[in-house]
Design a protein around this ligand. Sequence first.
Ligand code: SF4
Ligand code: SF4
Length: 384
Amino acid sequence: MKARFVGQGASRYVVGDVTPFDQKNEMFCRPFWDEAQLDLGKKFYMTEVPPKNKPGYELKGQALVNASWHLENIFAQGVAGGRMGMYAWEWEQIYEYPLVPPGLKIETDNPAELTRGIKKVASFFGASLVGVCKLDRRWVYSAAYPLRDQKSTPNEVPDTCQYAIVVAIEMDYKAIGCSPTNPSSGATGLGYSKMAFTAGLLAHYIRGLGYQAVACGNDTACSIPLAIDAGLGELARSGLLITPAFGPRVRLAKVLTDLPLVADRPIEFGVWDFCLKCEKCALKCPSQSIRYGEPTNKPNNISNREGLLRWPINAETCLAFWATNGTDCSNCIRSCPFNKPPGWLHDAVRWGVRTLPRLNPFFVWMDDVCGYGKQRNPDRFWSS
Ligand code: SF4
Ligand code: SF4
């Protein structure tokens, strides 16, 4: 689907001073230091979850989830602060073939060609979408909080890293449809492992060209504004990025670099106006963590930044539901009308959303009538 180019990326949501964001305020970190979240931390991080004799919660599903997360958890830890394994900032030369002489640097007198090459390699390594933007330092965390150390550390992204390459990894449509049960958690975990694989290899490729590369998952900088700046999509009521091809059914990683590239242009394809009329994610959120009605610049708690007009998510109640559910949740992805595989009918509706916003209430109604967004029986993940 074609989108319109617009002049502003994530800046279009800025309505005041954007407060610097310390990663310790991110919801996965707060259970380690925030008194009010310590009990939630014990429940979420330290309590064993016995399998249940219930579709979507059996041992085979739990094993699937843990296997899907394995590469991220053991060799990257982007959710826990990154800066190791696939997300290491420095690279130790252990074994390389061919053994290229050190100190070589690729010619960079044609940034457009270089950018095409970087995108080709990102896709080759597994990116479903890739975009490039100038690195807006407002979206870089003011401090890092690696869960390994459980203390704030300076987040010293080199000044020379002027660009971000943002990659989006598509998650499995049918598995996400089973949310909030184990098949959808498996799709999420696999998305995180693929993020680390793709961004880590891409960073290593750039280092091989003689340039700096900082690969990151959720760590180091907010992924969504960078993805918006890089022309991958728009911000939605669910707090997620909506892409034209996959809707919100993607995970995001990025590589910060000093390689001289050509930035993509931000896009718009009717998401904001559609979200004003559609509240499906809010209705289907089991913890009622998604805001109804108009957007606001008022944060729910310290996990939201100030200075942005959007629909801020209540990450406290969201994580509390995950802890009670025994596995994470993607209902806000599953229920979104933009979450559909490509196809002529879905593409025609997306065209309508972009060009005929007056029909948005009708499109939302049709989505409901057609039964989209309902939970898929988790048993069908195994049988189909
Ligand atoms: S992940 Fe689930 S609980 Fe959290 S905001 Fe989305 S729908 Fe709500
Ligand atoms: S479900 Fe509706 S309101 Fe929520 S993000 Fe998707 S389009 Fe926007």
